[in-house]
Design a binder for this molecule. Structure first.
Ligand SMILES: [Zn+2]
Length: 136
């Protein structure tokens, strides 16, 4: 998939994903009641969202990330070698593949996946160079 074309529609797709019912379902699943403090400084039972990796109770829905357990762009691949249909299909997956993570856990998982992709790309390039020299 051409990256210019992809960037053009990626934002729109992600915006649609925010309103995707299966995503809400994953958020609903992560809800737990835990003590919180209201504006007047009184304790009350507040809805939190439990990070499915570290167990942190996220107090604000705006701070959670809904993560694709099996990432939208499969591990070791890039969006360049995906078709749009494949990408959309994997983005709008079933709720079983979605989990709520705190920002810290989501960032580290994303970084891990990106590192893997970078390594794979480097390896591919290296193979091309080697392949070019041996004539294969
Ligand atoms: Zn976490």
């Amino acid at each position: 998939m051409d990256s210019k074309f992809f960037k053009l529609i990626q934002r729109d797709l992600k915006r649609r994903f925010l309103r995707y019912p299966e995503r809400y379902e994953a958020i609903k699943r992560s809800r737990v009641k835990a003590p919180g403090i209201n504006k007047r400084g009184k304790e009350f039972m507040k809805t939190h969202f439990k990070c499915q990796k570290c167990g942190f109770l996220i107090p604000d829905q705006k701070e959670l990330s809904v993560d694709h357990i099996d990432p939208v762009v499969p591990r070791g691949r890039t969006q360049d070698d995906m078709t749009l249909v494949e990408y959309v299909d994997r983005l709008f997956c079933s709720t079983d593949n979605l989990q709520v993570l705190c920002k810290k856990c989501h960032d580290s998982k994303t970084k891990e996946e990106q590192d893997e992709r970078r390594k794979k790309k480097k390896l591919q390039k290296l193979r091309e160079v080697i392949g070019g020299h041996t004539g294969n």
